[in-house]
Design a protein around this ligand. Structure first.
Ligand SMILES: *Cc1c(COP(=O)(O)O)cnc(C)c1O
Length: 397
């Protein structure tokens, strides 16, 4: 394999041994239609123009790359923050939903469905459906609906229909199953917007491409604003892995840039209350792709736990399973308490209250020693407004 392509998807949808499209026969036409069309649509000039225009005028891109001087002083290294928290809707997720809804329109789709756990992806999807005037149905576990009320109401204000998933554990994986079932029954007019670099091929590659605008901008900003050729490290948190895939994307094949992924270790990897997939997971099939996932010996998905709703996913995207397996990226487990402290620290040192997902990436600064002149870029995936209740319940600030 050529070095250049070592970390990109192959023509069958695999990253090394991970990926592929393991879908029931009845979903095959939907996935085939996407697979056969996504690259040519993404490469159309008119698509690129519409995507770029919306990213700049609606989302607010490029997001700043900010040199965090007080944080740098504290850790005796050079920390730069990529401010995805300043995107419209408060996180990186909208980069992907904009890309997918433009694609759906070009495929002639008339309605959008999505699954959501904490509701962040549901809100990002409901937002772009309102923007484009397409009806939107979001599946959400009954348990999640009860514990994520503000996001449920946001989706409804935006005009989406929120349908409770009442099977199984009534959480994200059950919502995903319901959305897949719905898609099987409405293949022709419906597009399913998946929210991370997970699912059957071509979703992981498609979502990574939409999020790759993050590293595209980092490269330009480091060079133009700071005269830096490339960073020594790029750090991001991993739930399914879309913000990390976007921040890593254009550095993946440049091995002088070290990649670090922060995983949520909940109360600890030996407590049964964790979501650190690379530490606790085994190879298997989750949501249509071969990847690492947390499962029982007989292959049932284990319910993950993290204080952060967005990292509370039982697997990781196949691209990350490959980055882990090949040693290209280092995966670091961060516990609830460590993340919360890192979130408060950023608030106090830089006046930025981060999302708790993001706080896991920030915590890496205290877990690993970086050189005084090393350039460390941390992807600030989202803002903390949505997490205020969690900060308050935790209370130690
Ligand atoms: C959803 C979310 C994540 C986790 O999703 P990825 O696909 O792993 O990026 C991380 N940060 C924030 C702010 C989120 O909303």
């Amino acid at each position: 394999m050529k070095t250049l392509e070592k970390y990109s998807v192959d023509q069958y949808g695999f990253y090394g041994k991970f990926g592929g499209a393991y879908v029931p026969e009845m979903l095959y036409p939907n996935v085939e239609e996407l697979k056969n069309n996504y690259l040519s649509i993404l490469n159309e000039d008119s698509f690129k123009k519409e995507f770029d225009d919306l990213l700049s005028k609606y989302v607010g891109r490029p997001t700043p790359l900010y040199f965090a001087s007080r944080l740098s002083e504290k850790y005796q290294t050079k920390v730069y923050l990529k401010r995805e928290d300043l995107c419209h809707t408060g996180a990186h997720k909208v980069n992907n939903t904009i890309g997918q809804i433009l694609l759906a329109k070009r495929l002639g789709k008339k309605r959008i469905i999505a699954e959501t756990g904490a509701g962040q992806h549901g809100v990002a999807t409901a937002t772009v459906c309102a923007l484009m005037g397409l009806p939107c149905v979001v599946y959400m576990g009954e348990v999640d609906i009860a514990r994520q009320r503000p996001n449920v109401e946001r989706m409804k204000i935006l005009g989406a229909e929120v349908i409770p998933a009442t099977s199984g554990s009534k959480t994200l994986k059950d919502a995903t199953n319901e959305a897949m079932r719905h898609w099987i029954n409405n293949p022709v007019d419906t597009h399913y917007i998946i929210g991370s670099v997970v699912g059957p091929h071509p979703y992981p590659d498609m979502v990574a491409r939409f999020q790759s605008v993050i590293s595209e901008e980092i490269i330009k900003q480091l060079s133009n604003d700071f005269g830096i050729k490339h960073p020594d490290y790029v750090i991001a948190c991993v739930g399914g892995g879309s913000n990390a895939a976007g921040a890593f994307y254009h550095y993946m094949n440049n091995e002088s840039v070290k990649l670090i992924a922060a995983e949520a270790a909940g109360l600890g990897n030996d407590t049964g209350k964790s979501a650190a997939t690379t530490q606790l997971g085994k190879e298997g099939i989750l949501h249509g792709s071969r990847t690492l996932l947390m499962q029982t010996p007989d292959g049932q998905v284990i319910e993950p736990y993290s204080i952060s709703a967005g990292l509370d996913y039982p697997g990781i995207g196949p691209i990350h399973a490959h980055l882990f397996d090949s040693g290209r990226a280092e995966f670091i487990s961060v516990k609830d308490e460590e993340a919360m402290l890192a979130g408060i620290e950023l608030s106090r040192l830089e006046g930025i209250i981060p999302a708790i997902e993001t706080s896991h990436a920030l915590s890496v600064l205290s877990k690993k020693k970086f050189g005084k002149n090393e350039v460390v870029v941390i992807n600030l995936s989202g803002r903390g407004d949505k997490d205020l209740d969690t900060y308050i319940k935790w209370g130690k600030y």
